[in-house]
Ligand binder design. Structure first.
Ligand code: SIN
Length: 291
């Protein structure tokens, strides 16, 4: 047995990768993320992330520092602009839904922080406290969102950019007792509607209903019909996967070519009975230019 738990025919460390759906997501097993993780195993994990866009590791036992260390192998990390990080670990955002709260932080379908001039490349989200059921997270494949458009619409969108706006910053903390506000101003940025992934050179749709407000050079009202169409188009069930959290699950995603949406299905909390606490730690990769 090798340190990753699996070996190839030549006795080298390797991991096991099981795709989750025909479109997006894979479970990766045979690796303890506390390390040490060899260069060859890390390269396989990185390739699995590029191939599947969302990868899931189960039964991990990571301290916040170990989580940060693992995430740092992929990228430098950044703090969230509007909510405080863990004490002493500015790279880790604690995402908390208290038992009496109905909505999960993160809201509707989105990619993270697309209102920044250089939106994050990805994230490593680790489950510390999860409900016995519910609070799953959906992901969608934005390469497929692009590829399944008609040639005419692809051509039109290729020439467009869109404004991504954080909106009032209170939305990131006011309704969440477990999230601490940071003093910061509202942020908006312009990005191409179609972006090219630097590693694959493939095109992906880059809009999301949480932050994209309008096309550059058009009004919100003029933009709305086409944006509404795209928001629906990019979350069709056949291009999504659903991640069920367990304590110790770590999910990595490529934020350049996916959207995600935590499902707010704590109906016990919604109807005034005791709901469930949900605590995840997110290490967010720094951003890069979108064009
Ligand atoms: C997020 O938007 O990063 C949070 C996702 C989640 O809580 O499942």
């Amino acid at each position: 047995m090798t340190s990753s738990g699996y070996s190839d025919g030549l006795g080298r460390d390797c991991v096991n990768i099981e795709p989750l759906t025909g479109a997006i997501g894979a479970e990766v097993s045979g690796v303890d993320l506390r390390g040490p993780i060899s260069e060859e195993v890390f390269a396989e994990i990185n390739q699995a992330l590029i191939d599947h866009l969302v990868i899931i590791f189960r039964d991990q036992d990571l301290s916040p520092s170990e989580h940060k260390e693992f995430a740092s192998r992929f990228s430098a990390l950044q703090a969230h602009p509007f909510v405080e990080s863990l004490d002493g670990l500015p790279e880790i955002t604690e995402i908390v839904k208290e038992p009496w709260e109905v909505e999960n932080w993160g809201g509707n379908w989105h990619a993270d922080v697309t209102f920044l001039p250089e939106p994050s490349k990805g994230a490593a989200l680790f489950a510390r406290e999860v409900p016995p059921h519910g609070g799953d997270t959906l992901f969608s494949n934005m390469y497929l969102a692009y590829e399944t458009l008609s040639p005419g619409l692809k051509e039109l969108l290729d020439s467009l950019s869109a404004v991504h706006d954080s909106g009032e910053v209170g939305r990131f903390h006011d309704e969440f007792d477990g999230m601490q506000a940071k003093h910061a101003e509202r942020i908006a940025s312009v990005h191409p509607v179609i972006r090219i992934h630097p590693a694959t050179q493939k095109k992906a749709l880059f809009v999301n209903e949480e932050y994209t407000t309008h096309f550059e050079g058009m009004t919100v009202a003029e933009s709305r019909p086409l944006l509404e169409y795209l928001f629906q188009h990019c979350v069709r069930s056949e291009i999504t996967c659903r991640v069920r959290w367990q304590k110790g699950t770590l999910v990595l995603w490529d934020n350049r070519v996916t959207l995600h949406s935590p499902i707010s299905d704590d109906f016990a909390a919604r109807f005034d009975k005791a709901g469930f606490r949900r605590v995840l730690h997110r290490a967010t990769f720094v951003g890069e230019k979108t064009s």
